[in-house]
Design a protein around this ligand. Sequence first.
Ligand code: GAP
Length: 454
Amino acid sequence: MNDLMEKIVSLCKRRGFVYPSSEIYGGFANIYDFGPLGSLLAKNIRDVWIKKMVQEKNDMYLIDGSILMHPKAWEASGHTVAFTDPLIQCQGCKKRFRADKLKDWKLEKDNKTGKWNILKQGSLICPDCKGKLIPEIKEFNLLMTTDIGSIEGEKTKVYLKGESCQNIYLNFLPIRDTMGAKIPFGVAQIGKAFRNEITLGKFLFKVREFEQMDIEYFYSPEQAKKLYEEWKNIRFNWYIDTIGLSKSRLRWRQHSPEERIFYARDAWDIEYKFFDEFEELEGVHDRSDYDLKQHGKFSGKTLDYFDPVSKTRFIPNIIECSGGLQRTFLAVLAESYREEEVNDGKRVFLKIKPTLSPYKVAVFPLVANKENLVEKAKDVFDLLKPEFMTMWDSIGNIGKRYRRQDEIGTPWCITIDYQTLEDNTVTIRDRDTMKQQRIKIEEIIKWIKEQLNV
Ligand code: GAP
């Protein structure tokens, strides 16, 4: 594991950002829970995504679809046959690998059938135990299944969403009709996806249950190039301006013709240098009219659009922007983790954008055993709580309390001291500069709101 990743994994567990799922039962491989701080960070990421991609746009609608859908939807989308990875297994340790990711191997997938062809067979030595790999590739479908119904023998097999976006396509007609939506328009959704990934690891980067932040933008084919470039810019800049990732750690990667799915007009991924290498953060793909055509065919419904201006009827094309919540969360931590030598040793701090920080402010009485200070600090705490996620801390000396807040990315710490009792001012200390200033209690809320730009 990379040194930085190890530090982040440890901090996440120690400070309540992320816990391994079901740990008291020995854990559940590659499934994680967001803890109290992680839930807040994840919520803040979702909130700024919705704010920028829906609230501040004129042509975007938000939905929140169910996880279980009609099984035919997954046949129409091609997932039941083509959502496969090539699996190869070790004879000795029984470990499974993705053959297309092994050194020296070259494979090509037929995206219509899900079959994998070996273009070049590489080494058959197991990367883990150095035993022998069984020279046979199995097509491994990533969809997870469950069944629905109460009577044994009459249950129907259904799929957990392999990708979250599918119910956006299925809701195209009701959204068009109930919202009077005119093309071009888009639908946004943050939803769960489940995948039986073969190779896991890398903490939150590749997990079996995760959330996708999806935009499906419906447009007429003539508008393709212009809108695609617009969405590419919107999404790339969101990671810089709203999430705070540095431009130098982000890049675009275009899918090669062999990699690109057969119906896509063009496909680019936004990649981020999480640790040692650039890896996918989000896909921005022009999916042509494939999705609505397929669902139209399988459902027997006409999923087209009549344009009243050009008087033409067409099946809407789709630009999809699909990003991962867990990957964005991990990118925020990788970007913001800092270690710094200070007078009393080393401090670790998360230089997170304040809008994303789990707690915006912490309130401390200078000492915990002076009733009048504690009482005054409680008043300030009660004043701030309805406005911001506010933390109370009265344990240990002020320096230790600052360190605890630094480590979880709290941008501002407020201390109530003896001067507060005289003039109703407090000190407010900045996480990044560690500078303090005095401010009147009645001005704190306004001051924080100004910093947060809300
Ligand atoms: N609807 C398009 C789609 O599902 P994808 O490239 O498979 O495309 C989109 O997934 C995004 O979902 C990825 O860019 C990534 O951020 C996230 N993602 C995919 N698989 C993941 C996994 N196993 N664990 C965490 N995030 C994942």
